[in-house]
Write a protein that binds this ligand. Structure first.
Ligand SMILES: Cc1cc2nc3c(=O)[nH]c(=O)nc-3n(C[C@H](O)[C@H](O)[C@H](O)COP(=O)(O)OP(=O)(O)OC[C@H]3O[C@@H](n4cnc5c(N)ncnc54)[C@H](O)[C@@H]3O)c2cc1C
Length: 382
């Protein structure tokens, strides 16, 4: 399928896209298989990505970033998904955590953490979810209690992307449990030589297996109060709500790219595959299924382009981001499933790209706020 050029992709972004695509082909794709087996990337590749300019592309240059916009993060999300290279957790690192620090961090915090993240010297994660609280973030149990000029953190987190390799973790904690959402804060935990901090095993997932999703445990972990993100306690929930639309757009962009890729690999497959003396593409069912998939992918691209224009003007609201997240991930899973069906038994074999797209896509309806929560957010605006 010919690649569409979205209106928000300027000539400069085309060059950026081309360089990112080449970096992925050269430095990430050849190792993906091995990373799936070891359940994490090699630590060194974070530095390579930093040197290349793939990390913190949308963070100002004065903090070591690439000086770009959200469009740069969008290009990276599209390209990683298109290449089916899911192991390097750049979306969380650059698209999400770096922006928490940029937006809410003090000048000192930004200067301390962002350059290290941009170079790949630090790997970042965000730890919201707990064994007992995912969708219902207000009921998290992890506590941070002030003791002099330190917080003492106790609790545990689960499903944390980059959890094994991260050394800079934005941990969502309760600083005042009596205050509900207003008692939630984000504390940046630097994990090097940190007594009481422990990582659990890398969780075994059905897809995206090279991404180090892990459990984290905090047992009387002492963190300086200066690591509170921003200057005031109790702002964490508000900070999360402000930033989640961006995270949801990144997931929607990944879903868009995955559906376009599914269409591309399936069209090539059915053209070659012979059934009953004809090409599988000649069967009316195949033609109609792929016509439907192409229509949905085109609608998704058009909607995402509209959302991107709004993001870049600073006008994307939480409701529209939620629509983009649930609709694109739902359609993506459906399209990939239809495309897998057209592969017959080969579609179930991991050596075929469609199988990898299938197992990678499923989680997109769950993480970043489940699709049910997205609908709840939209329904509140009715
Ligand atoms: C691979 C992976 C990576 C992840 N990465 C991170 C990460 O880096 N950091 C992080 O903090 N978290 C991460 N998560 C966690 C993820 O955000 C949560 O799994 C998600 O928010 C859902 O929470 P839960 O799993 O506790 O499900 P639950 O909240 O228990 O939900 C279970 C089901 O109930 C539904 N449900 C819940 N509430 C409602 C409601 N009000 N109305 C209707 N239905 C409802 C949900 O939609 C879901 O279908 C990751 C998860 C995975 C699988």
């Amino acid at each position: 399928m010919a690649e569409n050029r979205s209106p928000w992709i300027t000539d400069d972004l085309v060059l950026f896209q081309d360089s990112i695509r080449k970096f992925i082909e050269r430095e990430l794709a050849p190792h993906e298989e091995r990373w799936w087996k070891q359940q994490h990337v090699d630590r060194e590749v974070w530095r390579k990505a930093g040197e290349f300019g793939m990390l913190c592309a949308s963070i100002p240059e004065e903090y070591g970033g690439g000086g770009g916009t959200f469009a740069h993060e969008a290009i990276i999300a599209l390209e990683q998904s298109r290449a089916m290279v899911s192991s390097l957790g750049t979306n969380v690192h650059s698209g999400i955590v770096a922006h928490y620090i940029l937006r809410y961090g003090t000048e000192e915090q930004k200067r301390k953490w962002l350059p290290k993240m941009a170079s790949g010297a630090s790997v970042a994660a965000i730890a919201m979810s707990e064994p007992g609280a995912g969708s219902d973030l207000k009921s998290i149990k992890t506590r941070a209690v002030r003791d002099g000029d330190h917080y003492v953190i106790n609790g545990s987190k689960t499903f944390i992307s980059n959890g094994l390799l991260a050394d800079l973790i934005c941990v969502v904690v309760k600083t005042d449990p009596a205050q509900g959402a207003r008692g939630v804060s984000i504390v940046v935990v630097e994990t090097d030589d940190l007594p009481g901090f422990r990582r659990g095993r890398v969780l075994e997932k059905m897809g995206q297996k090279g991404q180090d999703t892990a459990e984290l445990f905090f047992d009387d972990v002492r963190v300086p109060c200066a690591n509170l993100l921003g200057t005031e306690e109790g702002k964490g929930f508000y900070q999360l709500m402000q930033q989640l639309p961006q995270e949801r757009m990144i997931i929607a962009l990944g879903a868009l790219s995955a559906m376009e890729k599914a269409l591309e690999v399936t069209t090539a497959y059915v053209r070659e595959r012979k059934v009953f003396g004809a090409s599988l593409l000649d069967m009316q069912n195949t033609r109609f299924k792929l016509a439907e998939c192409k229509t949905h992918a085109t609608i998704a691209r058009t909607f995402i382009d509209d959302c991107m224009a709004k993001v870049l003007r600073g006008e994307l609201d939480a409701e529209t981001a939620a629509m983009a997240k649930w609709w694109c991930t739902q359609r993506s899973c459906e399209i990939i499933d239809e495309c897998l069906q057209l592969h017959g038994g080969y579609g179930y074999m991991m050596e075929y790209p469609i199988a990898r797209l299938y197992v990678n896509a499923r989680v997109s309806k769950i993480f970043g706020g489940s699709n049910e929560i997205m609908k709840e957010l939209i329904a509140r605006t009715l």
